[in-house]
Write a protein that binds this ligand. Structure first.
Ligand SMILES: [Zn+2]
Length: 412
């Protein structure tokens, strides 16, 4: 596999109308490193048509209700090219005409177009939970229509994979329109072909999840790292700009990076895997990986919850903010120490935190930004903004849907 999210034949099989060869190339747009998520200029000669299709679809996806002339203006494609591409997209059922624009001037009123938002559905799945796998059926706007969940009961390895198959099957049976694809956010290191190279918590090593699921269900499937999926959700639905770092705090700690409008994958697909870097030089608690003082030992949810509970037991008070605050500040300080060189190296302007709000929002987030500010040059990094995600617990599910949108239609 080459990182394409399913073969082009499969991609078209989910789109009912067209069988034109020219239409297929665009549908098989790959979800791969280095790809700019929202193309804004004309394509390179090698795949002009596929690129221009994405341009038209992205224009409609972002602004709805556009005429062919509007699209030509925005994309700088010729009106002939736009009409030609739109005809093709209408034939495939991806674009629909939604009436005419009211106007008072002379001439024929312009016909307005939109992406066929209700005509297709997406399945999005989050494998990062410790107790269950969760998923949803979503529309093309990323709104959740149906939900399903399977309990893990401690399953790992092949057992955990059976649960993924079960959940995928359940969700596909809940869809009420042709399925554009299945997106899955998995913990661990995932390559561009959707092979989970390593996911210690699930006991997976070199699991070709994407290829197996797409063969089994005969739909396009895209599997990616959960933090990277979360970044895509922020990018499409959370109002993030082209540059951001998203930190996910849960069972472990991971991050996703969006730079110049592209997701960062790294040389071994492990970009953003900051959980097992040591913070400081004076020890710390032992980590599951065998080292002492990894970022996860300071920040992972089970560690924080355990530390706060122990401190509360000691002073005989429950849920006292005074007891939790120094523990949360300490965690935030260690996160800030880990992030400062990253912020400096990449000159990132925005950091988004995703995880339990009761732990992250407040002293922990404040200590993180204070520490980064104290350790970087104000002149260059003073405008750094740190905030909680607004997408809550569905961030990976919605991001998985964006992986499908981006892979299949080139929109995000
Ligand atoms: Zn570690």
């Amino acid at each position: 596999m080459d990182g394409s999210i399913g073969t082009s034949t499969r991609a078209v099989s989910s789109v009912p109308t067209s069988s034109k060869g020219g239409a297929r190339r665009g549908m098989a747009e790959v979800f791969r490193p280095g790809r700019v998520l929202r193309p804004s200029t004309k394509g390179l000669p090698e795949d002009v048509r596929g690129h221009n299709r994405s341009l038209v679809l992205q224009t409609l996806y972002g602004s709805k209700r556009q005429s062919r002339a509007d699209i030509a203006r925005t994309t700088r494609l010729t009106r002939v090219s736009v009409s030609d591409l739109v005809a093709e997209l209408i034939e495939e059922g991806l674009v629909i005409e939604i009436g005419t624009r009211e106007h008072s001037g002379p001439g024929k009123p312009a016909t307005l177009l939109d992406i066929n938002r209700k005509g297709f559905q997406i399945v999005g799945i989050d494998l990062s939970g410790s107790l269950s796998f969760r998923g949803a059926v979503l529309d093309l706007d990323g709104e959740v229509l149906e939900r399903a969940e399977v309990a893990l009961h401690g399953a790992t390895g092949a057992e955990a994979k059976i649960r993924v198959v079960e959940l995928t099957g359940q969700l596909l049976s809940l869809t009420r329109a042709p399925v554009l694809g299945v997106g899955i956010g998995s913990p661990g290191v995932v390559d561009a072909a959707g092979v989970v190279l390593r996911a210690p918590n699930l006991g997976w090593r070199s699991e070709p999840l994407q290829a197996e699921l797409s063969a089994r269900f005969d739909v396009p499937v895209v599997v990616g790292n959960d933090a990277r999926a979360a970044v895509l959700a922020e990018h499409s639905f959370g109002g993030a700009d082209g540059d951001m770092m998203l930190i996910r705090v849960g069972q472990g700690v991971g991050s996703g990076l969006l730079l110049n409008g592209s997701l960062l994958f790294g040389s071994s697909f492990a970009a953003g895997e900051i959980g097992h870097t040591l913070v400081g030089t004076n020890g710390g608690a032992e980590c599951a990986c065998g080292k002492f003082g990894c970022l996860e030992t300071w920040l992972a949810v089970p560690r924080l919850v355990g530390r706060i509970a122990a401190a509360e037991a000691e002073v005989g008070e429950r849920s006292s903010r005074d007891v939790a605050e120094p523990i949360l500040r300490d965690a935030g300080r260690h996160l800030g120490i880990a992030l400062a060189p990253v912020v400096a190296a990449l000159n990132i302007a925005e950091i988004v935190l995703s995880g339990p709000e009761d732990l992250l929002d407040g002293p922990l987030a404040e200590a993180t930004i204070e520490t980064i500010r104290a350790r970087t040059m104000t002149e260059f990094h003073g405008n750094l903004h740190l905030r909680m995600t607004t997408l809550g617990a569905d961030i990976v599910i919605r991001g998985a849907a964006v992986m499908v949108l981006s892979g299949q239609l080139g929109v995000s």
